[in-house]
Design a protein around this ligand. Structure first.
Ligand SMILES: Cc1cc2nc3c(=O)[nH]c(=O)nc-3n(C[C@H](O)[C@H](O)[C@H](O)COP(=O)(O)OP(=O)(O)OC[C@H]3O[C@@H](n4cnc5c(N)ncnc54)[C@H](O)[C@@H]3O)c2cc1C
Length: 506
């Protein structure tokens, strides 16, 4: 790891996460520009160096280390205070996530283009998606890698009328279940540091500075000229030709706001002097709301699981179902997953659940700095169930009903005996709505907090090149620029965004 900066920096990238590491790696590989990558967390070096902590490598575990410590109430007035995990380490969330790699539906991206973002339709993005999948070594596990529970989940889904497919990530499918494509190589989570930075670590034109917390961007006459960063406890001003924020859906808008870029009243309330009015910064924060039914297994399923897990790799999450609720008007609007967790306190030694998530989300919230201090907590509200038509909650309840139908099929197959949560007493739709209201939680897919859009869109933060409206030399390149939240887990989309934008920095 270096703390020596090159004499002149062409491109400074803030945040070495899914998108930032990909962008830095591509530009360093394809150009002779001097690229500097600043990351708030540690850098453990190349995958072959032996320096990586076991919990970050192990794709079976959700690490509890290297987290930013964000949290919030799932809704105003809600009693459920939830941690909003975000990784603070090289590779960002790709270094601690669930390794499911999907892209959503072509309508997601065609919709972006229709909102005025030229060059962002599915046909434009497809080559970037293909490159991202190759770099991440995405593969579809074989049927014999499926745990008995995940196999049964898919059979139960087929019996409920959902077709089983081999490649779940077909951007034209509207209803399908299949094995999740993953970026897991011999049990190792193949993060973007391995995929994109390892090949260029010795290239000579990439400098990675870890443990570097960026406070804000310095503006001079409408141009971004430098960042202020705390590196190893000391503050430094780092000047660069162009600056790209890739600090994620919470981090990128927070840096913009601390730099005085945002809604003036919100900035003043946080003690920050407004420098450039851009009201969309931090607004439109969107996640996929999620809740689960929990099942009671029979001895038959417990025995099958014990036998399987004795000598086999047993992941929690292996299958996805995407489909249309009765309210769906295009593509699909629901994801269901089969999830198991080892839990020796549970009756059968495992916990089984079928989470459901609304993926064509209409509600939105916000992320705001609460102070000019970069160490102060952020105010984060995903705005679950705030859409005027109450569509997001209704779709989630449709998902719970489908999950129950699948559970019923598992019960008929002798694998499940009843529901632990919400339980048989929750019979009516109204009771399921109340359950969704009470238990909704983060699906770890926050996005849209620096939305891309044309200059006439008052809430747009960046244009179709990722450049901040009204300022020169300042860009955002991460999942926060999504104009709407894609119907997909967000890692592969974040990397696809970086692959797509990288060419313009060459
Ligand atoms: C627990 C969990 C499980 C998940 N599972 C999946 C999954 O299975 N499949 C999937 O597709 N998606 C999953 N996701 C979501 C997905 O990983 C993220 O949406 C994606 O990684 C976001 O990429 P990004 O580049 O926008 O941001 P990030 O990957 O979060 O990168 C941001 C980087 O910027 C750094 N940073 C932030 N602020 C600063 C600052 N001020 N100064 C310097 N550096 C800074 C951060 O430390 C981080 O490294 C999961 C997320 C979590 C948290």
């Amino acid at each position: 790891m270096s703390t020596t900066l090159p004499a002149s920096i062409d491109l400074l990238i803030v945040g070495a996460g899914s998108a930032g590491a990909a962008l830095a790696g591509i530009v360093a590989r394809d150009t002779d520009l001097n690229v500097v990558l600043l990351e708030a967390g540690p850098d453990y070096g190349p995958s072959s160096g032996g320096g990586w902590p076991a919990d970050l490598l192990d794709a079976l575990r959700f690490p509890e280390t290297h987290d930013w410590g964000y949290s919030g109430l799932n809704r105003p007035g809600h009693r459920f205070h939830s941690p909003y995990d975000r990784a603070r380490v090289i590779g960002g969330c790709s270094s601690h996530n669930g390794c499911v790699e999907v892209i959503g539906h072509r309508r997601d991206y065609d919709g972006w283009a229709e909102l005025g973002n030229a060059g962002w339709g599915w046909d434009d993005l497809e080559p970037a998606w293909e490159r991202a999948k190759r770099a991440l070594r995405v593969r579809i596990p074989d049927d014999d890698e499926l745990t008995p529970f995940h196999g049964a989940f898919m059979e139960g889904a087929v019996a409920a009328g959902i077709p089983r497919v081999h490649d779940l990530d077909d951007p034209d499918d509207v209803s399908a279940t299949g094995i999740s494509p993953v970026n897991i190589i011999d049990g190792v989570r193949w993060n973007t540091a391995f995929a994109y930075l390892d090949p260029v670590r010795e290239s000579g034109n990439l400098t990675i500075i870890a443990n570097a917390l960026v406070d804000r961007v310095e503006l001079d006459q409408g141009r971004a000229v430098a960042v202020n960063a705390r590196i190893d406890g000391g503050w430094r001003r780092i000047a660069a030709g162009r600056i790209v924020l890739a600090a994620g859906a919470y981090g990128s808008p927070a840096i913009l706001q601390r730099s005085g870029i945002g809604a003036p009243d919100e900035l003043r309330a946080a003690g920050v002097e407004p420098r450039h009015e851009l009201p969309g910064v931090g607004r439109a924060l969107t996640d996929h709301p999620l809740t689960s039914i929990e099942l009671r297994a029979t001895d038959k399923l417990a025995r099958q699981m014990e036998l399987f897990s004795r000598d086999r790799w047993t992941p929690d999450e292996q299958t996805i179902l995407k489909t249309q609720s009765p309210r769906c008007t295009e593509a699909f609007d629901l994801h269901l997953y089969g999830i198991l967790r080892r839990d020796l306190a549970a009756e059968s030694g495992w916990r089984y659940s079928i989470p459901s998530s609304t993926v064509a989300v209409q509600s939105a919230g916000h992320v705001r700095v609460t102070s000019a201090d970069p160490d102060a907590p952020l105010a984060i509200d995903h705005g679950y169930f705030t859409d005027a038509e109450d569509n997001d909650r209704a779709v989630l309840v449709d998902g719970l009903e489908l999950a129950r139908e699948i559970a019923g099929n598992l019960e008929r197959a002798g694998l499940v005996r009843g529901e632990l949560r919400p339980g048989p007493e929750a019979r009516t739709r109204g009771q399921l709505e109340a359950f969704a209201e009470e238990t909704v939680r983060i699906n770890y897919h926050p996005a849209c907090s620096c939305r891309m859009g044309p200059s006439h869109d008052p809430d747009a933060v960046v244009d179709a090149s990722g450049k901040i409206h009204g300022l020169d030399g300042l860009y955002v390149c991460d999942v926060s620029i999504s104009p709407t939240l894609m119907r997909a887990n967000t890692n592969l989309p974040a990397i696809t965004i970086a692959e797509h934008l990288a060419a313009q920095f060459a």
